[in-house]
Write a protein that binds this ligand. Structure first.
Ligand SMILES: NC(=O)c1ccc[n+]([C@@H]2O[C@H](COP(=O)([O-])OP(=O)(O)OC[C@H]3O[C@@H](n4cnc5c(N)ncnc54)[C@H](O)[C@@H]3O)[C@@H](O)[C@H]2O)c1
Length: 362
């Protein structure tokens, strides 16, 4: 399955009538209940277990979904032969260990982003899933978002012209993570979107930031990337901002796009730009500004998480995973790692080759 076309499978309806996939959701903190909600709404899925170390969180879900089994032990889930797939929405640093246990128990596995706490461990999971012939998917939800897909269509179709730069801000007040920096928490969203749009890894990345509130855990970071094609990108990430903003600007030689997640018009395409006239023709260089129309295409309101889980259920029911999606998930982890190296080194550029960090200061 070609990963960027995954959502095309969603409504195929090619599962045999009445067949259901039995699943378990592990981790019921902020995000896990969303997985339970979306899965419980599907007629082709049976949520057989929910699992969390915290009995209070289990009790909340048990009240809402009385038919679902509750347990604090992943082993109980894994020992149930009816469970075909496990979805993990636990903290980042548990992803590798828990996903490995699921795969070893023969379960198809969905891991919330990022796939693993290092690209080496991400590679280990991918290898294990491939060896066992199991589906492994990472929860890069934004890749299923209609605006993100529409921007990719514009880039692919050449409407924007040569891409000059991308600049994004993902900031909000709150949801400080206890175990990871803001780069591990929010960076995977923007990094996955950039890789999906550009189909190119940056050749170098740098990051500065600071731990303003909790010592040792950066809550604001400014990450910049340079690409072989000449494109430059900047990503601002923060849990410490007066209001929520999720906005990305893509500037090309022909057109520019503003993508603002959650806005009534999530995409605005500006037919604007600058034309540079060669000094050889005019004696000195000449700039003329083009200010054309602003267009806001109609987009579907489909919930990205619902599209993504449809894809996962489809993959489980056909046994067909998505190797390119996994490569992207591993590359995202590589970018986070490299940005973290740069952050620790005070913002020195870190070169990337393939998805490997090849140099950093010190
Ligand atoms: N796709 C998205 O848009 C999106 C959005 C938010 C969070 N996430 C991801 O979801 C994951 C969880 O984030 P969160 O904000 O919900 O975290 P959280 O801390 O709010 O919740 C994590 C839950 O996992 C439970 N847990 C921890 N270890 C466990 C174990 N061994 N067995 C069972 N339960 C265990 C904890 O008790 C807690 O209830 C992270 O990977 C995060 O990056 C994804």
């Amino acid at each position: 399955m070609h990963w960027e076309t995954c959502a095309g499978h969603l409504l195929d309806g090619d599962r045999s009538l009445g067949a259901t996939t039995a699943v378990a959701v592990v981790g019921l903190g902020y995000w896990g209940p969303n997985l339970v909600r979306v899965l419980a709404e599907r007629t082709d899925v049976r949520v057989r277990w929910v699992c969390d170390l915290d009995p209070g969180r289990l009790a909340v879900i048990a009240r809402r979904y009385p038919a679902v089994g509750v347990t604090g032990e992943l082993d109980v889930v894994l020992a149930d032969p009816e469970v075909e797939a496990v979805l993990l929405a636990t903290p980042v640093f548990t992803h590798h260990e828990l996903a490995r246990r699921c795969l070893e128990a023969g379960k198809h596995t969905f891991v919330e982003k990022p796939l693993a706490p290092s690209s080496e461990l991400a590679g280990d999971l991918i290898e294990l899933a491939t060896e066992r012939g199991l589906v492994l998917m990472c929860g890069h939800t934004f890749l299923y978002s209609p605006p993100v897909r529409a921007v990719r269509g514009l880039i692919e179709g050449g409407q924007l012209g040569e891409l000059f730069f991308v600049s994004s801000s993902r900031v909000n007040l709150g949801l400080h993570q206890r175990d990871v920096s803001v780069i591990w928490d929010l960076g995977p969203h923007d990094f996955s979107i950039l890789l999906y749009w550009l189909e190119e890894l940056p050749r170098s990345i740098r990051a500065i930031g600071r731990a303003s509130i909790v010592p040792g855990i950066a809550d604001v970071a400014f990450v910049t990337m340079e690409f072989e094609s000449g494109l430059v990108a900047s990503v601002e990430l923060s849990w410490l901002a007066p209001s929520k903003l999720r906005r990305t600007v893509v500037v090309g030689s022909r057109q520019m796009v503003v993508y603002e997640d959650g806005a009534p018009e999530p995409i605005r395409i500006f037919d604007r730009g600058v034309v540079y006239k060669d000094p050889e023709t005019f004696g000195e260089y000449h700039l003329s500004y083009r200010a054309g129309d602003i267009r806001s295409p109609h987009l579907s309101n489909d919930e990205p998480l619902s599209l993504q889980l449809s894809d996962f259920v489809h993959a489980v029911s056909t046994g067909q995973g998505d190797p390119r999606g996994l490569m992207l998930a591993r590359d995202v982890v590589g970018l986070v790692e490299a940005a973290e190296v740069s952050l620790r080194e005070g913002g020195t550029p870190v070169a990337l080759e393939g998805n490997r960090v090849t140099s950093g200061a010190g």
